[in-house]
Ligand binder design. Sequence first.
Ligand code: HEC
Ligand code: HEC
Ligand code: HEC
Ligand code: HEC
Ligand code: HEC
Length: 286
Amino acid sequence: MINKNVSKIIIGIAFVFLIFQAMQPVEAKAPDMPNNSCADCHRKMPAEDGISNTYGKWAISTHALFEVTCEKCHGGDPLMVSKEDAHKNISKEAILNENTPAMCGKCHEPELNEFKGSQHYKKLESGQSGPAPACITCHQKHTVRVLTSSELMDFCISCHNIDTGINPSVPGKAKKALESLKELQFEISIARGAVISAKENGKDVRSAEIDLEEARTILKSAPSVWHRFNLTYFDTEVQKGIENAKNAEKLLAGATATQTPPAKSPGFGIFTLMSVMIIIYFIKRH
Ligand code: HEC
Ligand code: HEC
Ligand code: HEC
Ligand code: HEC
Ligand code: HEC
């Protein structure tokens, strides 16, 4: 009797303990990288040190998530434990503002290729005085954030304004262009829903699917095409995608059901015929 209660209590405690454990908030933790001395040592640097701050910014970035570690941009040897050995081949050149397109472009080729066609790149390359944005001007070196369309406005205005005379109409147009990307996303989701329900109703969705696929391709390439910084071209592409998606919706609205009664297999007919003949044979014999 006592034994039974004791075991019940123990099970109860264990149960409560497990639930309690499960309810503990999962702490956002920087990735553990024991095989990377850069991340490992810089993580342990005292917080009041300005340089340790760079680790904190990196640790919450998409780059940290994908293990784009310090040496991928800075050079150096992440297998060396001492600072002197690890730092030996760190390159000061690679991270210079004007060299970031080439450095970042090793992993972001589509963006780099488009960027090379931009006036921003031409200005950077020309070595003329005056400001021109490179990759880290817009994406901040360690957080590599992607600014939203409204944050972007203020940012573009810092160079594109009446005082500098560098095309002041750019910020407004850029905001609109990025917002039309949301419209493209929206139209694609509507068209997708329409394709799914049309399929369920047995309609022919083939030509609509071709249009939908074209719209999707444009959406997928838009973030890299953006880096050409030719807003007219960007907008034309996005509008083409919106037209494709809307066309897919139209095609589906007009599509008639192609549903025909399910074809019987020839085997079934022969089987019925033979059964009937056998039945007739037996009836005649009796
Ligand atoms: C054992 C600790 C340790 C390791 C390992 C380490 N660092 Fe450092 N790093 C430091 C300290 C401390 C500083 C502060 C400046 C100084 O003392 O040189 C620093 C400074 C830097 C700087 C600032 C510029 C400079 O040269 O002063 C960069 C960039 C850097 N480290 C990158 C890296 C990279 C990339 C790796 C891996 C290949 C790495 N670190 C490995 C401790 C380390
Ligand atoms: C995606 C590339 C990239 C990664 C990854 C990266 N950095 Fe940097 N880092 C840069 C660039 C570019 C600069 C120079 C920015 C500038 O000119 O202001 C820089 C500057 C620094 C500086 C300032 C010192 C200096 O020489 O100007 C330190 C310190 C530093 N990085 C440390 C780190 C550490 C530690 C890591 C890993 C936890 C890391 N970085 C990861 C690109 C990167
Ligand atoms: C060693 C490869 C590598 C290098 C070098 C590199 N990146 Fe990345 N970057 C990645 C990967 C991997 C991702 C995550 C997957 C993706 O978006 O393609 C990423 C993502 C990004 C994103 C998207 C972030 C988000 O939250 O959506 C931006 C912006 C970015 N990188 C900018 C840069 C910039 C600027 C540089 C140079 C300072 C740089 N990258 C250098 C590999 C790299
Ligand atoms: C003048 C500002 C600016 C410059 C310079 C710039 N970018 Fe971007 N980048 C943006 C904006 C804005 C977006 C978001 C575009 C969108 O929403 O489609 C973006 C998006 C990205 C993304 C995310 C793409 C995705 O698939 O979501 C990557 C990666 C990236 N940029 C890399 C780079 C690299 C590499 C360079 C340098 C060669 C660079 N950027 C230069 C503003 C800039
Ligand atoms: C650091 C300064 C700087 C920043 C920030 C900047 N730009 Fe520029 N931009 C320039 C310069 C310089 C030119 C070249 C102007 C020229 O040569 O006439 C230019 C040209 C352009 C052009 C081509 C203009 C045309 O007449 O066809 C576009 C588009 C553009 N920028 C878009 C943007 C967008 C969008 C942003 C914000 C995400 C931005 N820029 C942020 C400096 C900047």
